[in-house]
Design a protein around this ligand. Structure first.
Ligand code: GDP
Ligand code: MG
Length: 745
């Protein structure tokens, strides 16, 4: 006996009194009784091998279950007393059959029948807690060969009253937990015993009603995968019996129970008999196929394992059974519909990944349509299949599925956008360059700003089209506004870069123009030195100043030339939307580069060979020609030496003059530093990188403006002077000779 819900020690010696009412297999605390083996050996069932049977009873509270069992099997399960209506059976009790009900030898009851009495199942006493009822009913169903379903006649056809709801849950869980393996599944007999049968409705009619109810219950079950098509008769046989009212017809009750008792013997399946027509009085109920094939001495362990499985199975917790089934099915449906999704989407995913791996993201054709169809179909298929399961679970699982597919579609979407971005930027840049090149080829002046504007519009509309192509209506991620504005920003950046390139090209063209103009005009200045007429300090002839003002002229022509170049540059640069800062930088660079051009031109002219030639020409001009420009014929009487000295001295003044680029008036260098000006604020390091440093302008150069303007070093001057003098001497000697020669002739 249990004391305060705790089981007696296993070691205790069993007594007859102790097992008077059988044994409580499971107590109200849902604990399995570890002393069950003691009882089975006390009742001498343990050594019986397979020769034993298990029966349970199932039904509403106070429907006379315990009473029936006690009459049928001579057990002494607690019965509610007629005046004190309280629930008596707690948990699950087991007792061995004490009767034989033998009418003849052939109708002798089977040996070793173990009967389990299960707590009533309408939970009146336990309030809302149906948990234990489910568990105990499930335990009875899972272990017993015969389950007596005890039911009042007036309950037949009443879903709730007949506890059909409980049956449904128990069937469902039984299927889920114990009957998955179809090959090894044991059958059981559901033996409906209809109580207080008045006799007005024949048993056959009651039976039909019950069969219909059962079929309805079965078809409404959530069946585990693979068992969707299973039928109730795959797992159960059915038997039906009716008993008269125990109080009103006590004698008939006893005799009918007696008769019923005779059916609890070994039986054989009649092949003509179907699962629902198992109600012939003559049929024994214990078919060998109902037996669990557990040897009697192993039954305790087996029953305990079954109980543990039931108790530890969280799925049995009350409201969740439907939900668990729904979860299971929804997950499965999810997997199924994802297969179709994969079929369509995976190829795109691989292709996109491959493109990214190779660094050549590709805009995938047909992606948008595939995404839309796949998403729509997948969700639709899920809805169709899964919506009939538990609503809450269905909605949650649908959400999970959506976020799963949306996660993948979003990656594809983003991938497509970034491919469109990358290719869009590249083709924009290419298109602008190509249009510029074509414009240059034609020689016509092309409008860079117009080209950029046009190509930008093209690029944006292409991007928009590609992005719109992969928009999936209704998907929360399906928006590319931000990406589009990033694309726009990148196009602006690229066009900025292209414009700067275009500025460089323009600068190069303008510099080339400066070089050619300066080459010409400065060349002319130096060439003019060759004709020494006018000489140093002589009055100016024509528009040109004298030799002494050569640098003034060169500076002024330089300034004018660059001014013109600046005007051209500014005008052109403005036409393609260059900012004033960019223009300032360009102009600043242009002035510096132009100075470089001039400096190079002067250096070229002042190369020793060129310079000596100029000096010689200058000298010869002064020596060989008179003031009127008529060539002199030397006569011995001529003051050759005087003229020579004068011409030579005049030419020699050129050397210091040419040595320094300076104003003839102030003898100071031209204001190159002021003229070039400070680098504009907008100038970047890149803008200064390729510039040659200029003395007096760039402090780091460590050179003064005077040094920058030094054309001939002292040593060079010395050298040139000496060499020029020698040349002049040669000319003089030749003249002298020709004078003498002319005389002798
Ligand atoms: P259990 O809770 O289903 O085990 O029901 P009990 O066996 O404890 O019986 C509950 C009450 O029903 C008791 O007062 C019994 O006397 C009474 N009872 C038992 N059998 C019958 C029956 O066949 N007909 C009617 N009307 N009452 C019964
Ligand atoms: Mg009872």
């Amino acid at each position: 006996m249990s004391v305060n819900g705790h089981f007696a020690n296993m070691g205790e010696k069993p007594t007859k009194e102790q097992y008077e009412h059988g044994i409580q297999v499971i107590n109200e605390n849902q604990e399995f009784n570890p002393t069950l083996p003691n009882y089975l050996s006390f009742e001498k069932v343990s050594p019986a091998g397979f020769n034993y049977h298990l029966i349970s009873v199932f039904g509403s509270q106070s429907t006379g279950k315990s009473t029936l069992l006690n009459y049928l099997f001579g057990t002494e399960f607690g019965v509610m007393s007629e005046d004190d209506r309280r629930q008596t059976t707690k948990g699950i009790w087991m007792s061995k059959n004490k009767k034989s009900h033998a009418i003849t030898d052939s109708k002798k009851m089977a040996e070793n029948i173990l009967v389990m009495d299960v707590e009533g199942t309408d939970g009146r006493e336990r309030g809302e807690d149906q948990d234990f009822e489910r568990k105990s009913a499930l335990f009875a169903l899972a272990t017993s060969e015969v389950l007596i379903v005890n039911i009042w006649e007036h309950q037949v056809g009443l879903y709730q009253g007949a506890n059909m709801g409980l049956l449904k849950v128990v069937f469902e869980v039984n299927l889920e937990l114990f009957l998955k393996d179809k090959k090894s599944n044991p059958r059981s007999l559901l033996f409906f015993v209809i109580r207080d049968h008045l006799g007005t409705t024949p048993l056959a009619n009651l039976r039909n009603t019950l069969v219909q109810d059962l079929s309805r219950i079965w078809s409404g079950l959530n069946k585990p995968p693979g068992l969707e098509k299973s039928k109730i008769e795959d797992y159960f046989d059915f038997a039906f019996a009716a008993l008269p009212h125990k109080i009103l017809q006590p004698d008939r009750f006893v005799s009918e129970v007696e008769k019923l008792g005779t059916r609890f013997r070994e039986g054989f399946r009649d092949p003509r008999r179907d699962a629902f027509k198992n109600d012939q009085d003559s049929d024994g109920v214990f078919l060998s196929e109902y037996h669990r094939r557990i040897p009697a001495d192993g039954f305790s362990i087996y029953a305990q394992q079954v109980w543990d499985q039931i108790v530890n199975n969280k799925d049995l917790d009350l409201p969740t059974q439907q939900e668990l089934m729904a979860q299971f099915r929804c997950d499965e449906i999810s997997r199924e519909v994802l297969e179709g999704f994969d079929e369509t989407i995976t190829p795109f995913e691989s292709k996109q990944a491959e493109g990214i791996r190779l660094g050549q993201p590709e805009v995938l054709g047909g992606l948008g349509a595939a995404m839309r169809t796949a998403r729509m179909k997948t969700i639709k298929a899920f809805e169709t299949e899964a919506s009939r399961y538990h609503k809450g679970v269905y909605i949650r699982k649908k959400g999970e599925l959506e976020s799963k597919i949306d996660g993948r579609l979003k990656v594809l979407f983003q991938g497509q956008l970034s491919a469109a971005h990358k290719s869009g930027v590249t083709s924009f840049s290419d298109a602008v360059s190509a249009a510029v090149k074509a414009g240059q080829k034609k020689g016509a002046s092309y409008d860079f700003a117009v080209i950029v504007d046009r190509e930008k519009k093209n690029a944006l509309s292409k991007y928009d089209k590609e992005a719109r192509g992969v928009v999936v209506e209704g998907a929360p991620w399906s928006n590319y506004k931000q990406e589009m504005s990033l694309f726009h920003k990148d196009l602006n950046e690229v066009s900025g870069r292209l414009r700067r390139e275009e500025m460089r090209r323009l600068a190069t063209r303008v510099e080339r123009w400066v070089r050619s103009r300066l080459g010409e005009s400065v060349g002319l200045e130096f060439n003019a030195l060759g004709s020494g007429r006018g000489g140093s300090g002589a009055p100016e002839t024509g528009e040109r100043g004298g030799e002494s003002e050569i640098w003034d002229r060169i500076w002024s022509v330089f300034i004018k030339t660059v001014q013109e170049a600046e005007r051209r540059f500014t005008e052109r640069a403005k036409s393609f939307d260059a900012s004033s800062g960019e223009v300032d930088v360009g102009l600043w660079r242009l002035r510096r580069k132009s100075w470089g051009v001039l400096r190079a031109k002067i250096e070229e002219e002042m190369m020793e060979g060129n310079l000596l030639l100029k000096l010689r020409e200058n000298f010869e001009d002064k020596f060989r020609y008179d003031e009127a420009g008529v060539p002199r014929i030397w006569r011995p009487t001529d003051d050759i030496e005087g003229i020579y000295t004068k011409a030579r001295e005049s030419t020699l003044t050129l050397i210091p003059l040419l040595s320094r680029f300076q104003s003839s008036h102030t003898s100071t260098p031209p204001p190159l530093d002021d003229w070039i000006g400070n680098p504009p604020a907008e100038a970047t390091p890149a803008d200064e990188e390729d510039l040659t440093p200029i003395g007096g302008v760039d402090e780091e150069e460590g050179k003064s403006l005077e040094e920058e303007m030094l054309i001939l070093s002292d040593a060079k001057r010395q050298d040139v002077t000496t060499r020029f003098k020698k040349t002049a001497d040669g000319v003089y000697v030749e003249a002298k000779r020709s004078a003498i020669g002319g005389m002798t002739q």
